[in-house]
Write a protein that binds this ligand. Structure first.
Ligand SMILES: [Zn+2]
Length: 269
């Protein structure tokens, strides 16, 4: 229980970092330099203003310096980070029931720990892409391209026997969107989707990438119907597809095996 709390807090800190990362990328600032600041009054924030989740509520949703409203998006992304890190950790516990601290102390489960770190990294990338595309309808190369390279390194270490299939999955993922891009001359989807397709293949391998595409289209279609029915969007407005792709990829990353067996049962194969 104690480890769950620590990992939840760790996830909210990563979520807070992703908020800053997404903001800085969107305004073209360096990610590594400079302190966090209020996006309204540009006052540098101190540690007390930057506690994930807590600061938002302690400050009553307002900047301490200029009193402007702080968006609900920040604590939501932080909470998502915390929850997703805990979910990934609960999967780690299935193979290493002693927990992370004990495994590190005993020097056991090295591969499982690396797998957990890989999943935390993938989840962070997906959360950043989800948020960025939802807010700015863009999947920035400055996130997808480094993630593809780092993801390949993880997979080469963790899954050397499946590495060829991971490359094939990345090519299929990218090719799926590249074909639509060429057919529509860039009208249906953007180039960012092609890079995300490759990243999905790197993260999920084969046939996980197909499963994630399938889930994304089902959920995307259902989501579009709901948004149209509630009149939150009209037929002409574009609904960004990246959040559905990122969400489906995260789902298959963590629960791909269970999803696969549900589908197998459904079709009796
Ligand atoms: Zn301010």
């Amino acid at each position: 229980m104690f480890e769950y709390i620590i990992i939840f807090i760790f996830g909210t800190i990563v979520g807070s970092f992703l908020n800053a990362l997404v903001w800085r990328l969107s305004v073209g600032e360096s990610v590594l330099h400079g302190r966090s600041y209020c996006t309204d009054c540009h006052t540098s924030l101190n540690a007390g203003d930057l506690i994930p989740l807590l600061s938002f509520f302690l400050l009553r949703r307002r900047c301490r310096y200029c009193r402007s409203n702080i968006s609900w998006r920040y604590p939501i992304i932080e909470a998502c980070g915390g929850l997703l890190f805990v979910l990934a950790y609960s999967i780690f516990l299935k193979t290493a029931p002693d927990g992370l601290a004990q495994s590190l102390l005993l020097g056991e489960h090295g591969r499982d720990i690396l797998l957990l770190i890989r999943n935390w990294f993938f989840i962070s990338v997906l959360l950043a892409l989800f948020y960025y595309d939802l807010r700015w309808s863009l999947l920035p190369d400055s996130i997808t391209l480094p993630a593809i390279v780092i993801g390949l390194v993880f997979q080469l270490i963790l899954l050397p026997q499946q590495f060829l299939f991971i490359i094939i999955a990345a090519l299929v993922g990218a090719g799926f969107f590249a074909a639509q891009y060429l057919l529509s001359r860039g009208a249906w989807i953007g180039g960012g989707d092609i890079r995300l397709g490759a990243l999905m293949g790197v993260m999920l391998g084969w046939p996980g990438v197909l499963l994630a595409l399938f889930v994304a289209y089902i959920v995307g279609a259902a989501g579009a119907i709901v948004l149209l029915a509630l009149k939150l969007k009209d037929r002409k407005s574009a609904i960004p597809f990246g959040p559905f792709l990122a969400g489906a990829t995260g789902m298959v990353l963590l629960y791909g095996d269970q999803l696969m067996s549900v589908i197998r049962n459904w079709y009796g194969i």
